[in-house]
Design a binder for this molecule. Structure first.
Ligand code: TRP
Length: 456
């Protein structure tokens, strides 16, 4: 009954502040932290990237996260309904977000399937000597990766179908703390290996001669992806919040947790990679090719390997449920569907797009999407992370700063009883000037226009 007093009929709401934080941190902590962050750090000169990342989290991550939560709690609606309620011409921005969620989950679920496969393969010891051949052989297959993609999607559905407090919140409250404990165990193992120190200094001692503008571009893209920003995931989660929640505090805690996990993932991966003489700049294969090789030579490596892939699986699953929930919330709030219908139809569509993403690793490798000149999987990744999310984030900052107005946004933060907005001035300057400018530059650069403008 309580929920119905505070929220629109039947939408559901978080049972507790802790539950919300675990769910939002669950959305943020995902493959982005465990898979992308270590390899981006490896590729971009280690500590230099880490420094750039931290700076951007504080300036852009916090600001955007608070902005999204404000819109969500204020309107108590899905992203489309939310923007439309605040300004009738801006519903399109929510639609971009919902489209983004669709496209991300379709390929995210494919990678989630790979993670399940690697849990199984580590348990059964099937990976064999040539790790790269095993990985490319598996993802290039036509049936097996689709089965795992399907399993991952079904698990995501099983949680989202149960709703906010019984499904998403309950699952996150269990998986997130478990993930953290497992990650700490693997990180301790990694930094105490003989020869870990080379990896530690690569990771922690910035060598500023390695700095290039592309480090900032990669770091900003990564902050967006890792914090689930720019497409309304936090509008959606924020819309299930009750009025007494301190939004500013949450917008500080969640990025801090996410960053802590990303940093820990670096500790778990990079020292081990150095200790056994592998290359940190391996790229995306770091998790599926290099790490299995590391676990193979590490004492009790099978056990650490299993722990590692299970924790990656938890992280991926809690992120996937947030992506599905964005689309589901839209179908429930704006299209007035039931939750069951919304979950079934949305997940089926995502599964189908994902089929093409998966096949593009093998049988459909030669099919290139016009305009993007990439395969399906890479097109989905590039189009969402480098184009749709930055555009969504840029427009959101403009919307809050200039269309809806910061005063209304600030009033929403302060409406909770006894809550002060300590960083009000800092946040205002950032959302009006710094964030739009920073995103704009990065957008130009991902479209390849920055080099042209700078005359290179
Ligand atoms: N943040 C997640 C990760 O790091 C991915 C993710 C979940 C996401 N929900 C999102 C990314 C919404 C962008 C938008 O893996």
């Amino acid at each position: 009954m309580d929920n119905k007093v505070n929220n629109q009929e039947g939408r559901g709401s978080w049972g507790s502040s802790f539950g919300f934080i675990m769910a939002a941190a669950g959305s943020a902590v995902g493959l982005g932290n465990l898979w992308k962050f270590p390899y981006l750090a490896g590729k971009n000169g280690g500590a230099v990237f880490v420094v750039a990342y931290l700076l951007i989290v504080v300036l852009v991550g916090f600001t955007m996260m608070l902005g999204e939560m404000i819109i969500g709690r204020k309107t108590q609606l899905d992203p489309y309904g939310a923007y439309k309620k605040l300004n009738k011409n801006w519903g399109f921005l929510g639609s971009i977000g919902i489209l983004t969620a669709f496209l991300i989950l379709s390929y995210y679920s494919v990678v989630g399937g790979w993670v399940i496969k690697y849990i199984v393969a580590t348990v059964t010891g099937k990976i064999g000597a040539d790790k790269a051949a095993y990985f490319t052989g598996f993802i290039g297959g036509s049936v097996e990766p689709l089965i795992y993609h399907g399993i991952f999607m079904v698990l995501t559905v099983a949680i989202v179908i149960k709703g906010i407090s019984d499904g998403i919140e309950k699952a996150s409250k269990f998986m997130m703390p478990a993930l953290l404990v497992m990650l700490i165990v693997v990180a301790i193992r990694s930094v105490t290996l003989n020869g870990a120190s080379a990896g530690l200094s690569y990771y922690l001692k910035p060598d500023f001669s390695k700095f290039r503008p592309s480090v900032l571009v990669d770091a900003l893209g990564q902050v967006f992806f890792s914090l689930s920003l720019g497409m309304g995931a936090l509008i959606t989660y924020g819309s299930y919040l009750k009025g007494d929640e301190n939004l500013e505090k949450n917008a500080l805690i969640i990025p801090s947790l996410d960053t802590a996990v990303a940093l820990l993932a670096g500790f778990a991966v990079l020292p081990a990679v150095f200790a056994f003489g592998f290359e940190p700049s391996q790229g995306p294969g770091l998790m599926f090719i290099t790490l299995p090789a590391v676990f193979e030579v590490m004492p009790f490596g099978t056990i650490f390997g299993i722990i590692f892939f299970v924790l990656v699986f938890f992280a991926a699953l809690t992120s996937a449920i947030s992506l599905l929930e964005v689309a589901v919330a839209y179908c429930i709030d704006s299209l007035k569907w039931t939750r069951i219908k919304a979950v079934s139809i949305a997940s089926t569509l995502m599964f189908i797009i994902g089929i093409f993403a998966s096949l593009s690793m093998g049988p459909m490798a030669d099919v290139h999407i016009p305009l993007f000149n990439r395969g399906v999987f890479d097109t989905l990744d590039f189009f969402t992370s480098n184009i749709l999310m930055p555009i969504g984030g840029f427009l959101m900052a403009i919307f809050i700063g200039y269309i809806w107005g910061v005063d209304e946004a600030i009033a929403e933060v302060k409406k909770s009883p006894g809550v002060k907005f300590k960083l009000e001035k800092f946040w205002t300057i950032l959302i009006k000037y710094v964030v739009p400018f920073a995103i704009f530059i990065v957008l130009l650069s991902s479209l390849g226009l920055l080099d042209k403008i700078l005359g290179k």
